[in-house]
Design a binder for this molecule. Structure first.
Ligand SMILES: Nc1ncnc2c1ncn2[C@@H]1O[C@H](COP(=O)(O)OP(=O)(O)O)[C@@H](O)[C@H]1O
Ligand SMILES: [Mg+2]
Length: 471
């Protein structure tokens, strides 16, 4: 720029050190953070009072006849209307036009009706064998912003629309999944924290029995541990505005678990810290009460993520079709390998020493899934990524859709958005992105339930001496 004078210089030139020093204010000590927090809390209250914050109560919208017949219950609209007319005791929907609107509770009741009285060859109820526990699906990647929470929330909603009973567990202390599901979390005692603490407390109790029998001092139980023994996982779970999605939520304080877990492990090196969450869910009977449990995880391979992965039957790793996300996802697998292999090694050394059978981690399925996919820009890179991940990758790529952006700002899922607010093309394509994600994951879930049953049945027929060698 020729002959530039001072007024045309960029703003970072010409800063006077003395003036800057005087404007700086006093050095900040930690107490100032407390002051900022308390100011923010007061401001938050003000804003909430003046209507800037949501009232915290979310309501699920209703679903139109068109939507019910197209997406939820596979019947023709004309037949649907005939059945409803003939059966005044069934939910009739609300609204004056030809299109009636139904709550999800209505849809669930109607689906039950069609399942019991409709055509036998139609799939009114999703496959869910009896006598097998919920499938646990964890969504993880140590990179942030790859679509973990969106994928998790949409999977929860599509599974619920499909008729499954879903538990969503938020392990990210940022609590995004919790706010999408309208959860109200006071502190860490409303999160998974007491489940993990309780598992350690029980471990310590049994270890103390052994110590005392051997004449050793028992380890002390602090207040947190004692209190955690009183907590039942059932009481941590809250219902949401979705009749068949429950939530075990999260809040900033859950992050404390990342500091506390290694301290506990130091105290008792025999505590299998990776099993704490699964133990709690199993012992609390939670896995028998749901069809699908979805775990959203923080963007780190910390102790909470390790618990999620170890509890999971199915692991989903979302990533965008970019070099950076591909690279870091590769490293994530490397870290998964070293973390879980070192747990196996440590455990198996112990187990061998005690003459017990060895353990190993096993997942029904692990899939990487490309999210926020832009076919015009990213097809080549996605193909390369696909080639390297091979059968570890879903065939479907979850398209980027304006609906998530828009819905994301109001922290809604696309299934919660009213289709009349969108251009039809945007709606159909946006919805399809998540419907097809669900279809792929549903196939994994159904397939692994089926395989569980086969293995159970095989074990039985082996007992009966059926040894024809086929399986
Ligand atoms: N299919 C999609 N289309 C458009 N935007 C998306 C899609 N999936 C996720 N996003 C957006 O990408 C951002 C990161 O997604 P998020 O699920 O929060 O990632 P993570 O949980 O991995 O940090 C969010 O702003 C979200 O709205
Ligand atoms: Mg997230």
């Amino acid at each position: 720029m020729p002959n530039s004078n001072d007024s045309k210089l960029p703003p970072y030139f010409g800063i006077n050190p003395e003036e800057a020093g005087k404007r700086l204010g006093d050095p900040i000590d930690t107490a100032r953070f407390a002051k900022a927090a308390s100011f923010a809390a007061r401001g938050r209250e003000e804003l909430a009072k003046s209507g800037h914050a949501p009232d915290g109560k979310k309501r699920l919208r209703k679903f139109s006849t068109w939507e019910v017949c197209k997406y939820l219950i596979p019947v023709a609209p004309a037949h649907f209307r005939r059945v409803l007319k003939a059966r005044p005791e069934l939910p009739q929907g609300t609204g004056d036009g030809i299109s009636k609107w139904y709550s999800l509770e209505d849809v669930i009741a109607l689906r039950q009706h069609f399942a019991s009285e409709g055509a036998a060859n139609r799939e009114y109820l999703p496959y869910r064998p009896e006598g097998v526990r919920a499938k646990v699906v964890a969504v993880a990647n140590f990179k942030g912003g790859v679509g973990k929470t969106s994928t998790c929330a949409h999977l929860a909603m599509s599974a619920a629309l499909d008729g499954y009973k879903v538990l969503a567990i938020d392990l990210d202390s940022q609590g995004s999944l919790t706010s999408i599901l309208g959860g109200q979390i006071k502190d860490e005692w409303d999160t998974s924290f007491p489940i993990i603490a309780g598992d350690f407390a029980r471990h310590l109790q049994s270890e103390n029995k052994v110590r005392m029998a051997g004449g050793q001092e028992p380890f002390p139980m602090d207040e947190t541990l004692t209190e955690s023994l009183e907590v039942s996982p059932r009481n941590l779970i809250q219902s949401t505005h979705w009749p068949n999605i429950d939530l075990l939520g999260s809040q900033l304080n859950l992050y404390w678990a990342e500091f506390q877990i290694p301290v506990w492990r130091m105290q008792s090196g025999s505590w299998p810290l990776w099993d704490a969450l699964l133990n709690g869910l199993e012992n609390g009977g939670i896995l028998d009460e749901y069809d699908i449990v979805l775990l959203d995880t923080p963007p780190a391979l910390g102790y909470l993520t390790i618990n999620a992965l170890s509890a999971a039957d199915i692991l989903l790793v979302p990533l965008g079709a970019s070099f950076l996300e591909f690279d870091s996802t590769g490293r994530f697998f490397d870290m998964l390998y070293s973390t879980f292999a070192s747990i196996e090694e440590g455990e198996n050394a112990q187990l061998r020493y005690r003459g017990l059978p060895e353990m190993r981690f096993e997942w029904d399925a692990v899939r990487t899934i490309i999210t926020r996919f832009d076919a015009a820009q990213q097809t080549d890179l996605a193909n390369v990524i696909q080639a390297y991940f091979g059968d570890l990758m879903t065939t479907f790529r979850q398209d980027v859709t304006a609906m998530v952006g828009q819905a994301g700002e109001q922290v809604n899922g696309i299934y919660e958005a009213d289709y009349r607010e969108f251009n039809r093309d945007t709606y159909v394509r946006g919805r399809e992105a998540f419907d097809r994600t669900w279809a792929e994951i549903k196939e994994l879930i159904i397939g692994s339930w089926w395989r569980d049953l086969q293995m159970g049945i095989d074990a039985q027929s082996d007992d009966e001496g059926d040894a024809d060698g086929t399986s």
